[in-house]
Structures are given as C-alpha cells and as structure tokens.
Design a protein around this ligand. Structure first.
Ligand code: HXC
Length: 516
C-alpha cells in the first residue's frame, strides 16, 4: 500500500469510527430524541475546534464473546476544544456502542482527558449517556469507575468540572457526576439512581417509575443532586456554554472579564420605594437582583431546590460575582436545611475559583420545628456558616431588610469576615422579631398589665424602635454605611473594585473539618 492509499485507509477507518455503533443504532438514538456523542460535542464546542484523542482505542475483553463486539473508540468520544475561544476538555459517552457502557479502555480514555485537563488547567465537561459498568468486563469496569472517581476528587477545586446527564446514569456511575461541581439534567431523557426501579421493587416492594425515582425534576427539585434542569439536551448544551463563560479555567486564575456596556453609575430609582412598608409583606428578590447586575443577566444555580434562597452567577462591571440572596417570597426567606446546604456548596465553589461573593440579606431566622431539628439543621446550618467564614474571596453583604438572630451572624456578617457590609434604610438587625422578643423579655410586665394586649404592643414598638432599623448596628461600626437603595449597583461595583486585590490566607492545615 503506498502512502496515498494509507491516507485513504485512514479516512475510511475514521469514517467508520464516526458511525460509532452503526447507522441503525444512530437512528434509534435520534428516535429517542437524543443526539449522538459527536453531535453533542460539535454543538458544545466552538465550530471546528474539537481535537479528538484515542479514536482507535478498543477494549481487550474476551468474556462472553466480547472479542466480536469491538468498536473503534469503545463507546466514548474524548478530546479538547474551545468554548468562546477558551480551552475545555470533554468526553461524550456513545450510547450506540454497547449502550455507552464503561469498559476499562473507555475509562482510561476519560482518565486521560482528566489528567490533561489538570495539567493544562482547563475545565472538564462530561456528557454522560451510559448503561453503567460494562457487565461483561466485571471488576475491570469497576476499576475504571474508581479511577475516574479518584480523579474527580483530585480535580475538585482545581478545575471546574461539569456533568450533563443525557440518558441513563445508574449504579455507582452516578458518583462521578456527583463529585463534579454542576450537574445538568433534561426533562426528556436523563435519569440518575443508585438502584433502579426493578431493584427497588424486589428489595422494598415499592413500585416507582424511572422518572419518579431519578428523573430531572426529582433531582433538581427534591434531592438537590442536579443544579440545572432543562427542557432538552440542546438547552443543556447551550447552558453549559453559558456557565463556562462565568468561570475561570482553574483555581489559579481569575474569572474572565467581559466588556460591560451597562452603565456602572446607573441609579435604580425604583429601588428607593421597592421594599413594602409592612415588613412582613413579601417581595420578589429577583427584582432586586435583576435590577442591579449587568444587563439583568443572572445565571441561577439550583433554582428548583430550596427556593427560599437564591444562588447564581452575575457580572458587575463585567466581572463575575456569585450572589447568595434570601427570597422573602418563599417561606419568608427563612434558612432551613436545604437552603443552608445549597448556599454552602455554592459559596465553596465560588471561593475555590476566585469568584467574589455578594450576599443580599433578608432573613427572619432559621426554620423552627422538630422536622428541621431531627434532620440536623444544626449540622447543616453550620455548613453555611463554615463556608462563609473560610471563604477568602472578596465578600460583600447588603442587608436589605431582616437580619435576625443566628441568621444575621451566618449570612456573611462583618463578624464572620465580610469585607464590606452595607444596609438599606429598611434594614432590621436584631436577635429576633419584636413579638418573639417581647414574649421572652417582657412576659412579666405584659401579664401584670391592666391591658396585656396594649402593653405587648407598646413593648413591641419599643423593641422595633430600638432594633428594627440599621442605626444601632451602624453606631457600633458593624456596618460600613447605610446606602440609598437606588445607588446599590454603583456602590457594589466600587466595593468589589476596591477589594479586587484582597489577599487573605487561612491558617495552614491539611483541611478543615466542615460538619458534613
Ligand atoms: C453491557 C450493556 C450495558 C452494560 C446496556 N448494554 N447496558 N452492555 N453492560 N452495563 C447494552 C445492551 O445489552 C444493549 O445491547 C445495548 O447496550 C443497548 O441497551 P438497551 O437495553 O437495548 O437500551 P435501553 O432499552 O435504552 O435500556 C438502557 C438501559 C439498559 C436502561 C441502560 O440497557 C440497562 O438496564 N442496562 C444495564 C444497567 C445496569 O444495571 N448497569 C450496571 C449498573 S451498576 P444490544 O447488543 O442487545 O443492543 C454500575 C456499577 C458501577 O454501573 C460501579 C461503580 C462504582
């Protein structure tokens, strides 16, 4: 064969590899409303930017006739490319090849891109669509998974790791995405569970559908396993591209800055009259967020889970900022177990990747009750406290309205290391709400009074006058300024610009012991 023929042979071999499990299986994949691995990658990455590794890798298993089932690439497409011109590493499992199941060779390909992403310092994106460990390979497949898990953990906090679930993700296979920073699931085809409906039926005699056990809605809303839920995989891919634009390539870099066309000194007049006069009346925190961030562009994380707290990425003057905001519209913005865990994980992600934190606070306290206590609000609430206190990125808090009790302390208070704390004039900073406080402190006066109700109201007003404002905290120097709401955007941009060179090192240690 001359060299020209060799080139032609290479082309033929590549063309065959591109077809994965063959045309019939590609048709089946499309019939399920799913793209193939290569179609997914080409949508995820900038046009013509993909460089594939290991296209000709095959497994070497001979159990159960597997020697007759060999496909170039062995069920996973791996390599690197760019998103908005920045390098990312990627794998996409190919369900058309033995159900995308993971052989040792398949796992080695994934490990190779993970190792390279770590060396280079670039994000790692996994597009999962697999029947799990390749059953015919036995322990070799398990070894492959464990090697991936190990790398996920080593990469945690070093490079951003993003997982999309675009089909099945079952058994121990779920633990690789679980360790990554963000999981995307779509409502159409993705599901995740440690044990599937059949096993659940056998062991527990519980009948449950795949979707109800581990579909996107369950994991985005109930379990909190998935941070993003989408209508379909096209939307997932689009959102991954967007997410990456907010993030640095690795923990040694700052997030990318974009040109900001939204005026820095934009005054938002309506915010001066936005907070209801009755402090028990809810309002929508999204209105505040959207009005102050650049171009009302806010990428929310874990939107469907613990909606009483809002977390997500925005930009202020073109720089990425992570927002943590109580939502008075849901459970009055109270902190419960799920809200604490959601916020803690987000804060730790931002801190690991040099993303400054902005807290917009309106919190009446922690949620009381045996359900919360018995399920560990002490342990879980402590996670949020821990996350804020250990974060060394620039930290700014704006107390919008309520900052009561322990929740005042843990929501990035001055005392826990906030660099700048501003209040709106509507702020109320106290140990508890007026009625609760009066019941404890003035119970004797109230019960001895000729008119206990009137006395209660009088004492409540006294307490409100003293604490239901930001001035006591301002007198004590606990807040830096009481700002006009309309100037919030401008003041925040200035604060973050001032903090851009902040350098704080926590004490040297192997690692802390966050109450898991
Ligand atoms: C080998 C597999 C496979 C697997 C699917 N296939 N999963 N081959 N190992 N794990 C093959 C099928 O035999 C079939 O081959 C082809 O892929 C397509 O699968 P179908 O079943 O036809 O597709 P579908 O009807 O869409 O069902 C998909 C599925 C089902 C729900 C994922 O295939 C399934 O239940 N697979 C097994 C799931 C599982 O239990 N995996 C192990 C989990 S435990 P042919 O040639 O017939 O078309 C695990 C441990 C990890 O992963 C531990 C890590 C610590």
């Amino acid at each position: 064969m001359n060299n020209e023929d060799k080139v032609l042979a290479l082309r033929q071999r590549r063309a065959k590899a591109y077809l994965g499990g063959g045309e019939k299986r590609i048709e089946d994949q499309h019939a399920k409303g799913k793209l193939t691995a290569r179609e997914r990658i080409s949508r995820l990455l900038d046009p013509d930017s993909f460089e594939e590794f290991d296209m000709f890798v095959t497994h070497n298993c001979t159990n159960f006739g597997m020697e007759k089932q060999k496909f170039d690439g062995d069920g996973v497409v791996t390599g690197f490319g760019t998103i908005e011109g920045r390098i990312v590493y990627v794998f996409a499992q190919d369900f058309t090849v033995v159900g995308g199941s993971l052989s040792k060779a398949h796992a080695d390909k994934i490990c190779k891109v993970m190792d390279t992403a770590m060396k280079i310092g670039a994000p790692f994106i996994g597009l999962n669509d697999s029947g799990g460990a390749r059953i015919q390979e036995g322990v070799d497949a398990l070894a492959g998974y464990a090697e991936i898990f190990y790398r996920n953990v080593q990469a945690s906090g070093v490079i951003p790791q993003i997982s999309a679930i675009l089909g099945p993700c079952a058994g121990g296979a779920v633990y690789s995405p679980a360790i990554t920073d963000f999981i995307f699931m779509d409502k159409k085809n993705s599901y995740m569970f440690v044990t599937g409906p059949k096993v659940v039926k056998t062991v527990l005699n519980e009948v449950i559908s795949t979707e109800d056990l581990g579909g996107a809605k369950v994991h985005a809303g109930k379990s909190g396993v998935a941070q993003f839920i989408t209508e379909n995989e096209e939307e997932t891919i689009e959102m991954i591209r967007k997410l990456v634009t907010f993030l640095p390539a690795n923990n040694m870099e700052n997030p990318p800055t974009v040109v900001c066309t939204d005026p820095v000194d934009r005054y938002i007049e309506e915010l001066n009259t936005f907070i209801p006069d009755n402090s028990n009346k809810p309002y929508d925190m999204y209105d505040i967020i959207n009005s102050i961030v650049d171009d009302a562009d806010f990428l929310e994380v874990s939107k469907a889970f613990a909606a009483n707290i809002i977390v997500g990425f925005c930009r202020l003057n073109g720089n990425t900022v992570g927002i943590i905001a109580n939502q008075p519209k849901v459970l009055a913005g109270v902190l419960d177990i799920n809200a604490s865990v959601k916020a803690a994980r987000f804060v730790r992600f931002c801190d690991a990747f040099n993303i400054p934190l902005l807290v917009l606070e309106d919190v009446p306290g922690f949620l009381p009750g045996s359900n919360q206590e018995h399920n560990g609000i002490i342990r879980h609430g402590a996670k949020m406290l821990y996350a804020f206190a250990e974060a060394t990125v620039p930290k700014v808090t704006v107390i919008i309205r309520k900052a009561y009790g322990g929740a005042y302390c843990v929501m990035n208070s001055r005392h826990m290391g906030a660099d700048v704390v501003y209040c709106w004039p509507s702020a109320e900073i106290a140990v508890m709400g007026p009625s609760g406080a009066v019941e404890v402190v003035f119970k004797n006066e109230v019960s001895a009074a000729a008119d206990p109700k009137a006395m209660m109201q009088e004492k409540e007003q006294e307490y409100r006058d003293k604490f239901a404002n930001p001035y006591t905290a301002a007198n004590n120097g606990y807040i830096d300024d009481i700002i006009e709401p309309r100037r919030t955007r401008f003041r925040l941009i200035r604060a973050f610009e001032m903090l851009a060179t902040k350098k704080v090192l926590n004490p040297p240690r192997k690692h802390g012991n966050i109450p898991l």
